[in-house]
Design a protein around this ligand. Structure first.
Ligand code: NAD
Length: 694
C-alpha cells in the first residue's frame, strides 16, 4: 500500500488499483483528499499493469461532502473539477464503492466515475440547497443525465438523500453489493474489464435529458409544486435553472452555467445566513462546563405527567423514538381523552401515507396510560406537563420525589414558572431540570433545556441527549421569565399591539412579518393559539390589553370560534381582515387619545424586531443563553424565523448594531424607556462589533 497523501492510499488487488480515502470523520473533500485522488489516479493511470480503478472510503461513510471549513477561503489546488475531469476521462474504468452516505461533492465524485456500486444501507444525496448553494461540481449536470429530470429536480431542490434501493431503481448505481464492499467493487471492476464494456461517461449520456427538451412545462409544474416550501429562499430557483441548463445546453456549457449560478448563490446573503446557521445548530450542542464526554444517565423508560395538549405530544416523541412511556393523569376520563387524541394524531399521519397502520399500533403499544402513580417508580426520566400553576407543580414534584427511583431525571415542561422553585419541592433538586417543548410538541423541533441553579451536569447532558434522541434540537437556557424564546416573543407582541393602536391594522402588521419570511404574524398566531388563553391569564393577573380584551368579550377567541383578530370562513384557516375589528381598534385608540397615522413597512419591521434583538442582548448579558447563535437556533426552530435570515441576532449583525442602537435611542425619546438599548447592544455598537461574529 502506498500513501499518496495523508488521507489517500493506493493499493493493488490483482489488476485493479484501489484508492482509499481516509479523512475522518466524514471523509470530507479537503485539499489533501483532492490531491490524493488526483495523484493516485495519475499513478494508477500510468501503471500499465493496472486495468481498472476503484475509489472507496475508510471509516463509517463514503465522502459526505465538501470541507466546509474551506468555504469563503481562497481556493486551493487541485479543484474538485480538475479531479472529476481526470476521473471521467480516465481510459481505465473507475468504479465508486459506496457505503454510508455519498453526499454533495461525494456524490459528485461518484457521478464522474464510470460505474457505481453501493452497500444496501448506503444513501445518496445532494444537500447543498440546505446551505443556500447548489452542487457546483457537475452534480446538476450529471445527475439528470443518469436519473432523469424529475428525480434529479426532486433530489437537488429538496436536498434529501435517497436509499440504495431507490438509487438502483433510478439507475444511479449499477449494483447493490453485499459483504466486503471493496472486494465486491474489485470483482465488479474485473467484470467490466473482462467484458470489455465501453466506458460509461455520464457527460455523454443524452437520452434522459432529451426526454424533456422542448417541454418547459415540466419545469413550470415543478416550480409550482415547490413554491410554498421554497418561498423566500434563493437557492432552489438556481438549482432548477441549473437542471434546465443540463437539458438545454451541451455539457460543457451547462457546467459553465452551473458555475455562474453557484457563484450567485455563494455570495448571496441567504447562503451566508444558512451556512452560519449550519454551524450555529452544531454549536448549540456544546456546553462549556458540561463537556461532550460527560456521562449521561441511561434512559430506557419515560413517564409523562398530564395527558393534555403538551403531555400527549411529548409522549408521542418518546414512542416515536422507541422509548416506552407511561402517561399519568389524575382522572381516567382525562387520560382516555388525551390518549384518544394521540391515537387520532397517529392515524391522521397514517392516512397521509407517512406511517403504516402497523407503525401506529407499534407506537401506541409503547404508550401506556395510568392513574396509578406508583407505575412510574421505575421511569428513568419523568416529564411533567400538568396545569401551569406553582402550587400544583410543587405538589406534583413532591409526590414524584417520593415515588421515583433514585437517579431518575425529573423534568418540567413549564413555560413561565421558576424551575428552581419547582425543584425546591423535592429532596433532589440536582435531578430536576426544565424541558420546555413547543406546541404541537410532537411536531416542533425546538426544545429549550432549562438549567436550574442546582441541575447536575449529568442531568443536563442527559436532557440534551434525550432531546436529540427524540429528534428535537435541544438548546440550553437559564431560568428567567419566558426563558429565551417566549421572553423575546413577548417584546414583539408588545410592539405589535402598540402598532395597531398607532395606525397599522392587524393584517398589515402580519404581512410585514410574512413578507420577511415568517409563516404567520402575531395576530394570526394569536387567533391560531386561541385568544381566550391570554385573556384568562390577564384576568387572573388583573392586567389589561384593551383591544384583545374587547375582542374576547365578543366571544371572538380566534380560529376555533371563526373569528378573532381576523374572521374565518368555515373550514378555512385563511385570516380575512375584519372591519369590525378595525372599528374596535379605532375606538380604543381614540379613547386613549392616540392619533392614528399611516405607518410604513420598514418602521413596522423595525418596531417588531429591534425590541427582540435588544431583549436578546439582555439575555446574553444575564447569561440565560450561552451564545448569540443559540438564540438564533431557538428562533428558527421554535418560532419560524426564516433560516435564510439566520436568526434575530445574526440578522441584527447584518442590519448593523449601530443602526439599531441609534434608532432605538431616537424612539426612546418619543416612545419611552422601553426603547433603552441594552448595555451589551450599546457596547458592541460603539465598538463596531457584532453578536455572532458574522
Ligand atoms: P393542558 O391543560 O392541556 O393539560 C394539562 C393536563 O394535566 C390536563 O389533562 C390535566 O388533567 C392534567 N393534570 C392536571 N393536574 C394534574 C396532576 N396533578 N397530575 C396529573 N395530571 C394533571 O395544558 P398544556 O397546554 O398541555 O400545558 C401543560 C404544561 O405545558 C404547562 O406547564 C404549560 O405551561 C406547558 N406548556 C404549554 C404549551 C402550550 O402551548 N400549550 C407550550 C409549552 C409549555
Amino acid at each position: 500500500m502506498t500513501a499518496i497523501t495523508q488521507s489517500v492510499d493506493l493499493d493493488r488487488r490483482g489488476r485493479v488499483a484501489v484508492l482509499t480515502v481516509n479523512n475522518p470523520p466524514v471523509n470530507a473533500l479537503s485539499q489533501h483528499v483532492r490531491q490524493g485522488l488526483r495523484d493516485g489516479l495519475k499513478q494508477a493511470g500510468a501503471d500499465r499493469s493496472v486495468e481498472a480503478i476503484v475509489i472507496t472510503c475508510a471509516g463509517r461513510t463514503f465522502v459526505a461532502g465538501a470541507d466546509i471549513t474551506e468555504f469563503g477561503k481562497p481556493p486551493k489546488e487541485p479543484s474538485l473539477h480538475e479531479v472529476l475531469d481526470l476521473i471521467e476521462s480516465s481510459p481505465k474504468p473507475v468504479v465508486a464503492a459506496i457505503h454510508g452516505t455519498a453526499l454533495g461533492g461525494g456524490l459528485e465524485v461518484t457521478l464522474a466515475c464510470h460505474n457505481r456500486v453501493g452497500a444496501k444501507t448506503a444513501r445518496f444525496g445532494l444537500p447543498e440547497v440546505k446551505l443556500g448553494i447548489l452542487p457546483g461540481a457537475g452534480g446538476t449536470q450529471r445527475l439528470p443525465r443518469v436519473v432523469g429530470v424529475p428525480k434529479a429536480l426532486s433530489m437537488i431542490v429538496s436536498g434529501d438523500p435517497i436509499g440504495a434501493d431507490e438509487a438502483l431503481k433510478a439507475g444511479l448505481i449499477d449494483e447493490i453489493v453485499e459483504g466486503d464492499l471493496t472486494a465486491a467493487a474489485v470483482t465488479f471492476a474485473e467484470k467490466v474489464v473482462a467484458e470489455k464494456r465501453p466506458l460509461k461517461k455520464i457527460r455523454d449520456l443524452d437520452e434522459k435529458v432529451a426526454a424533456v427538451r422542448g417541454k418547459p412545462e415540466v419545469f413550470a409544474e415543478f416550480r409550482k409544486s415547490v413554491a410554498r416550501q421554497t418561498r423566500g429562499f434563493r437557492a432552489p430557483e438556481n438549482c432548477i435553472k441549473a437542471v434546465e441548463a443540463a437539458v438545454n445546453l451541451p455539457f460543457d456549457q451547462g457546467l459553465k452555467r452551473e458555475r455562474e449560478l453557484f457563484q450567485e448563490l455563494i455570495t448571496s446573503p441567504e447562503s451566508k445566513a444558512q451556512r452560519y446557521f449550519f454551524f450555529a445548530e452544531r454549536e448549540a450542542a456544546k456546553i462549556p462546563d458540561v463537556p461532550a464526554d460527560t456521562k449521561s444517565r441511561d434512559i430506557r423508560k419515560a413517564a409523562v405527567l398530564g395527558a393534555g395538549t403538551m403531555g400527549g405530544g411529548i409522549a408521542m416523541n418518546f414512542a416515536n423514538a422507541g422509548i416506552p412511556v407511561t402517561v399519568v393523569e389524575v382522572a381516567q376520563e382525562a387520560l382516555d381523552r388525551g390518549l384518544g387524541v394521540v391515537r387520532k394524531n397517529y392515524e391522521a399521519t397514517a392516512s397521509r401515507g407517512r406511517l403504516t397502520m402497523s407503525d401506529v399500533e407499534k407506537r401506541m403499544g409503547l404508550i401506556s396510560g395510568t392513574t396509578d402513580w406508583s407505575k412510574i417508580a421505575d421511569a428513568d426520566i419523568v416529564v411533567e406537563a400538568v396545569f401551569e400553576e406553582m402550587p400544583i407543580k410543587k405538589e406534583v414534584f413532591a409526590k414524584i420525589d417520593g415515588i421515583c427511583k433514585p437517579g431518575a431525571v425529573l423534568a418540567t415542561n413549564t413555560s413561565t414558572l421558576d424551575v428552581d422553585e419547582i425543584a425546591s419541592a423535592t429532596k433532589r433538586p440536582d435531578d430536576v431540570i426544565g424541558m420546555h417543548f413547543f406546541s404541537p410538541a410532537n411536531v416542533m423541533r425546538l426544545l429549550e433545556v432549562v438549567r436550574g441553579k442546582k441541575s447536575a451536569k449529568d442531568v443536563i447532558a442527559t436532557a440534551m441527549g434525550v432531546g436529540r434522541r427524540i429528534a428535537k434540537v435541544p438548546v440550553l437556557v437559564g431560568v428567567c421569565y419566558g426563558f429565551v424564546g417566549n421572553r423575546m416573543l413577548h417584546q414583539r407582541g408588545r410592539e405589535a399591539e402598540k402598532l395597531i393602536l398607532e395606525g397599522a391594522l392587524p393584517h398589515e402588521v402580519d404581512r410585514v412579518l410574512t413578507d420577511f419570511g415568517f409563516p404567520m404574524g402575531p395576530f394570526a398566531m394569536g387567533d391560531l393559539a386561541g385568544l381566550d388563553v391570554g385573556w384568562r391569564i390577564r384576568k387572573g393577573k388583573g392586567v389589561k390589553s384593551a383591544v384583545a380584551d374587547r375582542i374576547c368579550e365578543l366571544g371572538r377567541f380566534g380560529q376555533k370560534t371563526g373569528a378573532g383578530y381576523f374572521r374565518y370562513e368555515k373550514g378555512d384557516r385563511t385570516p380575512i381582515p375584519d372591519p369590525d375589528v378595525e372599528k374596535i381598534i379605532v375606538e380604543v385608540a381614540s379613547e386613549q387619545g392616540i392619533t392614528r397615522r399611516k405607518i410604513g413597512e420598514a418602521e413596522i419591521l423595525a418596531r417588531l424586531l429591534y425590541p427582540m434583538v435588544n431583549e436578546g442582548a439582555k439575555i446574553l448579558e444575564e447569561k440565560i443563553a450561552i451564545r448569540a447563535s443559540d438564540i438564533d437556533v431557538i428562533w428558527v426552530y421554535g418560532y419560524g424565523w426564516p433560516v435564510y435570515r439566520g436568526g434575530p441576532m445574526f440578522w441584527a449583525d447584518q442590519v448593523g448594531l449601530k443602526t439599531i442602537r441609534d434608532r432605538m435611542n431616537e424612539w426612546r425619546k418619543t416612545q419611552g424607556e422601553e426603547w433603552t438599548p441594552a448595555p451589551l447592544l450599546d457596547l458592541l455598537a460603539s465598538e463596531g462589533k457584532t453578536f455572532t461574529g458574522a
